[in-house]
Design a protein around this ligand. Structure first.
Ligand code: ADP
Length: 624
């Protein structure tokens, strides 16, 4: 169960649920309109039947006029049929609107992830927050889904039930028993007593129910969420995660998948939830039902006594009993919904904490000057950086200028900070110290989209999508056929493209198209290079662009490098030092700092330098 400090006050709970209503209202107000229409009709329908049934019974027990009986029966039939039709149509509409709620929620989360500061997407706290939201939703629709689905729906049903029941039961309290030994039933105290019992049971029953349910929603939340997480990881590993499915088979990891999923039986015989069900939770939930039945008994007694004493005819017995028990269940439903609102607030707090994470990084508004001469001068000035949560400097006091039109190779051992430098250049992170300048102005001041338009980047872990080849190259639905083809050819993909019967329209991978093609690592890398060329940005960054290429393809790319790059400024990260020779200058990274900077010959001449060591370490394999 929750600690006191974690509990949310009633006012805060109400405010959070109201905010969730506003959230849905702004997205699609049909959610509420369809729910209200459907639930009102459904809640009213039984009253129509109750009312006319009472008339029918009254007529049978009283004057039993055949014509009147037929008239009432016809009204009941027609009214029931019409209400049934309307309610079925509204239910369909409601279902259709609600069908998309899951996807809308996921889309909102996706939009938030894509628009937030990149460093936050990496942050464990943000990841955990998003997981909690999704786990609560997957588990039992807690969070915003609960408001659009159950809470709003129950409130509408409860309120309609109460209004209908009051309308049908007012005369129960106003009709008088004739003078005699039963006339105590006319006393206003009788009304107070009946309503008092009704209110007491209507309050106590949902209170017990909410208390009982809390054993599940709060007491077992951690187990269920953990189970969900394990299942999502191991359960899906062999099914959805293609990148892992080969390893799963090779190393018989299905054992883990099955074991982890089985050991994870949160609802098993000895689990916490089972113990709660056999113990306090089961007791409280049972008691809640028993208490609500007490009122039904009292209502029967009161109505029957009044009918027996002659206050109204037998036909009204059904009407009053149905109305008054419906009144009680409406009040109960309203109160148990309040309990749900309180519990749901716990999940909504996380949800809105996620959606309201501030965006601090991408606030710049300066436009980037459009230059046909591609004169964009980028400079790192004394830049230092630590990854969020890390104590280590990934970059320390890095200063360097990317000379316009120059090919700069960046080399260094693994973990020396090369990729981090690129990530800072692309503003995935901002420096902790120092600044990065574009044409003399801090890059934070530029509009992020405009700033990024001057870069074409191929990251080491680039991803291609299950889309036609041409769309992958253009990174857009519509593309220039000739230009896409030319970029693929320049990147060395020409011969492979010629073998593809559908050319640029060939789908990559088989997710959406059985005729889709799987490309090798090297081919994928060529497509990624073509994508960078297609963008035709003035500044091109290639992080290990030939790592997956075979030696012939690699040699081809090097031979064409100057044609590929043309007059762009290029940054080229590579482990293969031989490939740096065609670059104008080389920056050597070591433990987050630039330790050498110069041409290949200059750097090699420094016998004690890092570059000389790296060069000789690689050269020995070829020399021997
Ligand atoms: P390189 O590209 O030279 O191999 P990186 O720039 O990837 O090196 O990494 C520099 C340092 O930053 C390494 O110590 C690495 O472990 C650390 N690092 C890289 N990415 C992250 C990250 N997302 N979170 C924390 N540390 C990271």
């Amino acid at each position: 169960m929750k600690d006191k400090k974690d509990q949310i006050s009633a006012k805060e709970a109400w405010a959070l649920n109201k905010k969730a209503i506003a959230y849905w209202w702004n997205i699609d107000r049909r959610i509420f309109i369809s729910t209200a229409a459907c639930n009102i009709i459904k809640a009213i329908s039984p009253y129509i039947t109750i009312y006319f049934s009472a008339q029918l019974i009254g007529e049978i027990a009283g004057q039993h006029r055949p014509q009147e009986l037929v008239r009432i029966a016809a009204i009941v039939l027609i009214a029931t049929a019409i209400m049934g039709l309307i309610s079925a149509a509204l239910q369909r509409w409601k279902n259709a609107v609600h069908e998309s709620i899951f996807y809308i929620n996921r889309k909102q989360q996706l939009d938030k992830m894509l628009s937030m500061d990149f460093c936050d997407t990496d942050d464990m706290d943000v990841q955990n927050l998003l997981r909690h939201i999704q786990e609560g939703d997957n588990w039992s629709g807690w969070g915003t889904t609960r408001v659009s689905g159950k809470i709003f729906s129950d409130v509408i049903t409860a309120v309609t039930k109460i209004i209908g029941a009051v309308a049908l039961s007012v005369t129960l309290f106003t009709s008088q028993v004739p003078q005699g030994n039963m006339d105590f039933l006319n006393s206003p105290w009788m009304v107070v007593l009946i309503l008092g019992i009704m209110m007491a049971t209507a309050i106590i029953s949902p209170m017990l129910q909410v208390k009982g349910e809390r054993y599940f929603t709060e007491g077992c939340a951690d187990e269920v969420k953990r189970s969900n997480r394990i299942f999502c990881c191991y359960g899906h590993m062999a099914i959805d995660d293609k990148s892992r499915s080969e390893d799963v088979r090779m190393y018989t990891q299905e054992v883990f998948c099955i074991e982890k999923s089985n050991a994870n039986a949160w609802a098993g015989k000895d689990s916490k939830i089972s113990r709660y069900a056999r113990g306090p939770m089961g007791f409280l939930l049972g008691l809640a039902v028993a208490v609500s039945r007490i009122f039904t008994g009292v209502a029967y007694l009161f109505v029957c006594l009044k009918a027996w004493a002659g206050a109204f005819g037998v036909g009204y017995v059904t009407q009053y009993i149905s109305a008054i028990t419906s009144l009680s269940s409406g009040v109960s439903l309203l109160l148990s919904t309040w309990g749900m609102i309180r519990t749901n607030a716990i999940y909504l707090k996380d949800t809105f904490a996620f959606f309201e994470l501030p965006n601090k990084m991408y606030q710049g508004s300066l436009t980037v000057e459009k230059r046909s001469d591609r004169n964009y001068q980028v400079e790192f000035r004394n830049v230092s950086f630590q990854y969020p949560g890390s104590q280590q400097w990934a970059l320390r006091n890095v200063s360097m200028k990317f000379t316009i039109g120059e090919r700069l190779a960046v080399v260094g051992q693994n973990g020396s900070g090369k990729t981090t430098m690129i990530k800072l250049l692309c503003r995935l992170y901002d420096p902790a110290e120092g600044e990065i300048l574009l044409n003399g102005i801090n890059i934070r001041k530029y509009n992020y989209k405009e700033y990024m338009s001057i870069f074409s980047v191929v990251f080491q872990d680039f991803q291609l999508l299950s889309l036609p080849l041409g769309q992958n190259v253009a990174a857009a639905g519509q593309y220039d056929n000739g230009w896409a083809r030319q970029c693929l050819e320049e990147a060395g993909f020409g011969p492979r493209l010629a073998t593809m019967p559908q050319g640029l329209e060939t789908c990559l991978f088989k997710d959406f198209d059985n005729k889709g093609v799987a490309v090798s690592g090297g081919e994928a890398q060529k497509i990624a290079i073509a994508r960078a060329l297609y963008k035709n940005a003035p500044f091109i960054v290639l992080d290990e662009p030939t790592a997956a290429l075979d030696p012939i393809a690699e040699a081809e790319i090097y031979a064409k490098f100057n044609t590929l790059i043309q007059d762009r400024t290029a940054v080229y990260i590579s482990h293969r030092l031989s490939s740096c020779r065609f670059c104008d200058r080389i920056a050597v990274f070591h433990e987050g700092s630039v330790v050498q900077f110069g041409t290949h010959e200059e750097l090699l001449a420094d016998k004690n330098g890092q570059y000389n060591q790296l060069w000789n370490a690689q050269a020995q394999y070829y020399v021997s």
